[in-house]
Design a protein. Structure first.
Lengths: 261, 261
DNA sequence: AACCATCGGTTCAAATATCAAACCGAAGCA
DNA sequence: TGCTTCGGTTTGATATTTGAACCGATGGTT
């Protein structure tokens, strides 16, 4: 693997649960030699992507990420544009709404919004990346990726995360076909046993799928009437976000969505 | 220079003025071989720090920066906490307020706020990094850096950006001493001929200087009364931001600021 | 059509950075 | 006193990165 990727993967170790990491920890968790890790971390530090704090000289994400984010948002107002829609979706459904984007070969959460309706809710503060085969967002996204990526994902061993996780590539392949024909995806407890979720894909200017919008509910609340209530508002929200980003779904999906919403 | 830094320096080529860059351009501007640049850009792409768009496959900053920024803000609410103070400062002075932070060895702009008072204003949309010797922010920050960094900066050739840029290390060294004793810095046309600015340093929890807050005005408006009006509100804003970030100035500066504000 | 420049991307010896392990001084703890 | 862990540095064997040349495609010009 490339040096640069190794360095960047260090960044992924920082989470809300673990915002500060010492050198030895960093090396252990990244599976790197300490000397190598030190040099990589120093490079990241020089650029300001991480910074060292305190007498223990632990590392944390640095101010440079803010500068880059401001630049990105100025060019492609992704987050800012999507947030209100996300919150509206959460409020309308009474459940957790979240938005994930393809970053490299991973599907990563970008933003989420909670509803105040119920005292139990699906939390996803600390998720780093969503498995394609076990989440509605993952399935919705994968269904519209180039076939080569689909094959790659399905040819790797698929982890059985819960009792309900589907891990048969053939079954999943069939589901992807269904998703393409109906314009949305569903996962019943495939990622966390007591979470059901529904997701719709998001598209860019070229009609390429770049991520998914999803509503995740505590299983006990997800009955048939709830599911059919969520679907149209989810799809409308996905349409809105897609068009706000200057994107457009492929014609086939646009047609299905038009009927469904 | 390390591979990782080379890759990261690619990120610095993306600006508001040049948000999309093709492979050949990227290589030229970074001074890298095209093959090298390609691999580096691919690595950045794999992580999502940049993405390729359009039929020309040009690169631009990717969605991963948003994810990282969200994490950083959750841990250290830098930007969010400072923005309202920045805007208030701009309004109170009728000029452009901006905030810069040390990232690695560079001082880089993080956020800025404009005042609607005048139809001419100082714009800094596209600044990548501020020279230490020629800006008030740079001087204010440099004055409180470790001596080793001060020596490093002053031993390198200092560019004469305008007729008024001071480039004599000895003179600058003396100015830094003044800045330390008065708690603020000033630059009269040293960066852009018709811009005068005043800056105050910002400190972290450990009393280390991590950047500066500055008010930049069109020279013609910066008379003595304006200068002495700006100074106290600037210092109060710097105190506010520092304490909002959980930081505190070294005792000597705290005392001076207390009197000056 | 023929030409030419340039684009994104690839190839392969030669140069360079990475690795594992051992080491350093400092700090924390018996 | 000894034992462990920390951040950081050094070493020589080894794997990766590098740069020049190359490829096919694209888009003007003549």
């Amino acid at each position: 693997m490339g040096t640069v990727l190794k360095a960047l993967e260090l960044l992924d170790l920082f989470t809300r649960a673990q915002p500060l990491i010492g050198l030895s920890d960093l090396a252990r968790q990244a599976g790197l030699n300490k000397a190598t890790c030190y040099r990589l971390a120093t490079s990241l530090c020089d650029f300001g992507l991480v910074e060292q704090v305190g007498p223990a000289r632990e590392y944390r994400l640095g101010p440079a990420v803010l500068r880059l984010a401001a630049l990105r948002e100025a060019q492609v107002p992704t987050q800012e544009a999507a947030m209100p829609i996300l919150q509206t979706l959460a409020n309308a459904t009474g459940e957790t709404a979240h938005l994930s984007l393809m970053m490299g070969q991973h599907l990563r959460p970008l933003a989420h919004a909670y509803s105040a309706t119920h005292s139990t809710r699906v939390m996803l503060e600390d998720t780093e990346s969503f498995p394609f085969h076990a989440t509605s967002s993952g399935l919705a996204t994968l269904a519209f990726q180039p076939e080569s990526l689909q094959r790659l994902v399905l040819s790797q061993p698929l982890q059985k995360l819960t009792r309900l996780t589907e891990t048969d590539p053939l079954v999943i392949s069939a589901r992807l076909e269904t998703i393409r024909s109906q314009g949305w995806a569903e996962s019943r407890g495939g990622y966390e046993a007591d979470v059901h979720s529904i997701a719709a894909p998001l598209f860019d200017t070229f009609g390429h799928c770049i991520g998914a919008l999803s509503v995740a509910a505590v299983s006990s609340r997800m009955n048939d009437s709830q599911r059919s209530a969520i679907r149209p508002v989810l799809i409308r929200a996905a349409q809105e976000i897609t068009s706000l980003w200057g994107g457009s779904p492929p014609p086939a999906i646009a047609a299905i969505w038009h009927k469904a919403a």
